[in-house]
Design a protein around this ligand. Structure first.
Ligand SMILES: Cc1cc2nc3c(=O)[nH]c(=O)nc-3n(C[C@H](O)[C@H](O)[C@H](O)COP(=O)(O)OP(=O)(O)OC[C@H]3O[C@@H](n4cnc5c(N)ncnc54)[C@H](O)[C@@H]3O)c2cc1C
Length: 469
């Protein structure tokens, strides 16, 4: 690995792979870093070593990823798997860690394509063993063919129905689907339907998943207003509020999901300005039409810059690469604009359905801002919703002050699983907008790092260090 590159891309999902291959195709020296062992990101996870026999389980959209992975593998991109990026600085220095060794390297341009994560789903008992995200259940299926029979799927959003449908296709019994989509969403989404109809195949695909799940005999319970996971050492049942009463289902596996949000930690810790997107109820980096962030030389693209799905991620990755190539003076303005034009038209087509999906699957406030004070919000530090409300009563104004009041967001996940919820609780308690309350400030390292690795970094480069090859 060299100390410096024209372009470094962080994240080998659709956006990162497309950005890296596009940049290398125009003669740039490109490093592509990803913490996973194989390229593919979330959607094409473990594709290059997938050995599930029945391809119908994961579906054609998954195997379509072979084309992009082949483009990457035949490019001159230097691909660096199994490597975590824990820092990106304004001076475009990148801190990486892999095989127990940390390194610092630089690039003229950095493209952050770290994708999305599941939105936190803070309910009573969500920290019990046996309770996980539906996306996590899909990771088990994609990486090892591992499934949990008789699970209860809970929540809303395309990924919930996709994973349930993948279970159905695999013949894995599902105990029930508890749908928490608020009743008024369909009506509110209608305003966006005319534009979404331009992407009829995606609409039909989503409808088909839901109607086949409902026709399969699985208990599909709609308008669920509240849930709690119960059990001593592990989850034993889920209780749900529907039609004015609590109901109970015995189960040893609960898959929660209420949409995905940008994984903002690296871009935020780099100091990129972030804005609150009220349609998607999330923060994302403020970027220009070339994905350049508020920090010169650092771009943010793909679902990390706002949720638009895999196809849009791939296209926006290419556009981000063209912007970076131009800032590296590797292509001129005319070439950049000419090469980007078809991608921009394709992107405009891909994002037409998004406002409809955002409205249709907008998670309800009570599953984002837990009413029950006993609900754990910060899983790392076991900070409850009640403790956060108490801090506000004591004068806490925002999520950053909350850290000193409660240590909320100061654990190993660095706020990934709690910052959104904590900020929304503070906004509600102070009767303020989330945008005015502001985001939780993040600092490197954004991913855990061994002290020894950090110490080794202090060894001057000309002095041999036994650990780093
Ligand atoms: C759990 C989950 C499952 C999903 N499954 C599907 C699906 O089956 N079908 C679908 O259409 N959409 C799915 N999505 C939506 C998904 O966000 C998009 O479809 C698409 O994958 C986004 O592409 P991307 O390139 O922006 O990011 P991603 O595909 O998310 O890729 C980002 C990559 O960056 C890596 N990364 C992140 N932080 C670091 C770091 N600090 N250091 C090194 N590497 C890092 C991640 O490991 C990942 O490989 C899923 C989302 C989630 C959260």
């Amino acid at each position: 690995m060299k100390p410096n590159y024209d372009i470094a891309v962080i994240g080998a999902g659709p956006a990162g792979m497309a950005a890296a291959a596009t940049a290398a195709g125009q003669g740039a020296t490109v490093l592509l870093i990803d913490e996973q062992d194989t390229p593919g990101g979330q959607i094409y996870r473990s594709l290059s070593r997938q050995n599930l026999k029945d391809k119908a389980i994961l579906g054609p959209e998954y195997y379509a990823g072979h084309k992009l992975i082949a483009e990457l593998e035949t490019s001159r991109v230097e691909y660096c798997p199994g490597t975590t990026v824990w820092q990106v600085s304004e001076e475009r220095e990148i801190g990486i860690s892999g095989n127990g060794a940390a390194r610092l390297l630089t690039a003229d341009q950095i493209i952050i394509a770290t994708g999305a994560q599941e939105r936190p789903f803070p309910v009573l008992g969500w920290t019990l063993p046996g309770v996980m995200g539906a996306g996590a259940a899909q990771v088990l299926l994609k990486t090892g063919g591992v499934t949990l029979p008789d699970a209860v799927f809970v929540g809303t959003g395309p990924l919930l129905y996709l994973v349930a449908h993948q279970y159905l296709r695999a013949g894995i019994p599902i105990k029930a689907i508890l749908d928490t989509t608020p009743q008024g969403n369909t009506f509110r989404a209608l305003a966006h339907l005319p534009k979404a109809l331009a992407d009829l195949p995606s609409l039909i695909k989503g409808r088909r998943w839901i109607s086949q799940l409902r026709a399969s005999g699985i208990a599909f319970i709609k308008h669920v207003g509240d849930v709690r996971c119960v059990g001593e050492d592990t989850v034993e049942a889920i209780e749900y509020w529907q039609s004015g009463q609590w109901n109970r289902i015995e189960t040893q596996a609960v898959f929660l999901h209420q949409g995905v949000v940008p994984n903002v930690n690296l871009a935020m810790a780099a100091g990129c300005e972030h804005i609150w997107n009220n349609a998607q109820l999330c923060w994302h980096a403020k970027t220009d039409k070339w994905s350049q962030s508020s920090i010169p030389g650092i771009s943010v693209t793909g679902d990390g810059a706002g949720i638009n799905g895999a196809k849009s991620a791939e296209i926006s990755g290419r556009i981000a690469a063209l912007g970076a190539l131009h800032r590296c003076d590797l292509i001129d303005t005319a070439a950049r604009d000419r090469l980007a034009a078809p991608a921009r038209r394709a992107l405009a087509r891909e994002v037409r359905i998004r406002p409809f999906l955002d409205a249709l699957f907008r998670p309800s406030q009570n599953f984002r801002v837990p009413a029950n004070d006993q609900t754990i919000v910060c899983r790392c530090e076991e900070v409850t919703a009640g403790a956060i409300r108490e801090a506000v009563d004591l004068g806490c104004m925002g999520p950053n002050q909350l850290k000193s009041f409660t240590r909320c967001g100061m654990g190993p996940c660095q706020g990934r699983m709690c910052s959104l919820t904590a900020t929304e609780i503070i906004a509600q308690s102070r009767n303020e907008t989330v945008a005015n309350i502001g985001a939780m400030r993040l600092r490197p390292p954004v991913k855990p790092l061994l002290l020894g690795e950090l110490a080794d970094l202090a060894i001057p480069p000309d002095e041999p260090n036994p650990k780093v090859g």
